[in-house]
Design a protein around this ligand. Structure first.
Ligand SMILES: [Fe+2]
Length: 321
């Protein structure tokens, strides 16, 4: 947690700036922030829109400003959960879940795993599981996501849908395991700043090489930073931390941190890594005709060690082969 600045979702920056005036900062490195909006700046919306178009999902405000908004964020969350609970419309529920995910993440990043934050994170996980159960097939979900913004958020919910359906094909599936996988899905990229960073799966890609030094460092560390952020004896547990730490350990060259070989990967981690990677591929290669190509490539890359069983389960869940 940074001492002086707090992360605030761009949605909330725009919403709250309509009623009060505060300075907004952009993070340049782990310790360097630059003021991009001064108090009372009329151009706030224009400036913030520009960051949205660059794929940023959060900006920073001074800690005292965030603390003033904290109660409002908590109030908005509880209202949001109520609406998600009663809405019959999956698109409306998705919007509610996406906004709840932003808010829970900013509370956790800025304030840590407090009792209140554990409570709202649990509510979010429950609501995400409920939504996954209501979606009857992958095509329907992809169609819905097609109209939505924000890769990190879409990837979080798609991974939780894919991994819970993959899990159904395992005879050891339990409600508790499902909760762990959904939690890891939602929080895996909590330490990242932009969609662009979240779309990098290997460090030998051109996209990785094109990043500035701060982003490169953040991308390589984010599995550990995220595991640290959700660490709490009553919330996460070692298994979830490991899932998050290992979420980029794909059996492809350039995987990071590159500490676990495909032969030693636990089955739970294999299901999670594969589901996250499949979700990334599906979201970034939009056309439906590419499905069989994605499946073919997965078959080449993941048909190894502990990933073999996960691959069979994922293919069975989505009738890919
Ligand atoms: Fe990631």
């Amino acid at each position: 947690m940074d001492e002086k600045f707090c992360k605030l979702s761009i949605d909330k920056v725009l919403e709250y700036s309509k009623e009060s005036s505060f300075a907004v900062y952009l993070r340049l490195s782990s310790s360097k922030f630059v003021k991009v909006v001064n108090i009372g700046d009329d151009a706030l919306e224009e400036i913030v829109d520009d960051y949205v178009s660059r794929g940023l999902e959060t900006l920073y405000v001074e800690r005292e400003v965030f603390e003033k908004f904290q109660e409002r964020i908590e109030g908005a969350l509880s209202k949001n959960f109520k609406n998600i609970g009663i809405s019959e419309d999956i698109s409306e529920r998705y919007d509610g879940l996406a906004s709840a995910l932003y808010d829970v993440k900013s509370l956790v990043v800025n304030l840590g795993m407090t009792e209140m934050n554990i409570k709202v994170a649990d509510q979010l996980i429950e609501a995400a599981i409920d939504q996954s159960e209501k979606i009857t097939n992958l095509e329907l979900l992809l169609e819905l996501l097609n109209d939505k913004e924000g890769f990190i958020t879409k990837h979080a919910f798609l991974t939780s849908y894919v991994v819970t359906n993959t899990l159904e094909k395992m005879d050891w599936s339990t409600k508790d395991i499902k909760r762990k996988l959904v939690m890891a899905s939602l929080f895996q990229n909590i330490a990242l700043e932009t969609d662009e960073q979240a779309m990098i799966y290997t460090q030998d890609s051109d996209e990785f090489r094109a990043l500035d030094e701060f982003s490169k460092d953040l991308v390589l560390k984010h599995p550990f930073l995220a595991a640290d952020l959700v660490r709490s004896p009553s919330f996460s547990g070692e298994e979830i931390e490991k899932l998050i730490q290992n979420h980029h350990e794909v059996p492809i060259s350039g995987a990071f941190p590159g500490r676990v070989s495909a032969h030693n990967i636990p089955i739970l981690d294999a299901c999670f890594i594969l589901s996250g990677y499949f979700s990334y591929k599906v979201l970034t290669q939009k056309t439906k005709e590419n499905y069989s190509l994605i499946a073919q490539k997965l078959n080449e890359d993941f048909n190894t060690g502990g990933f073999k069983r996960a691959l069979v389960a994922l293919f069975a869940a989505f009738r890919l082969q």
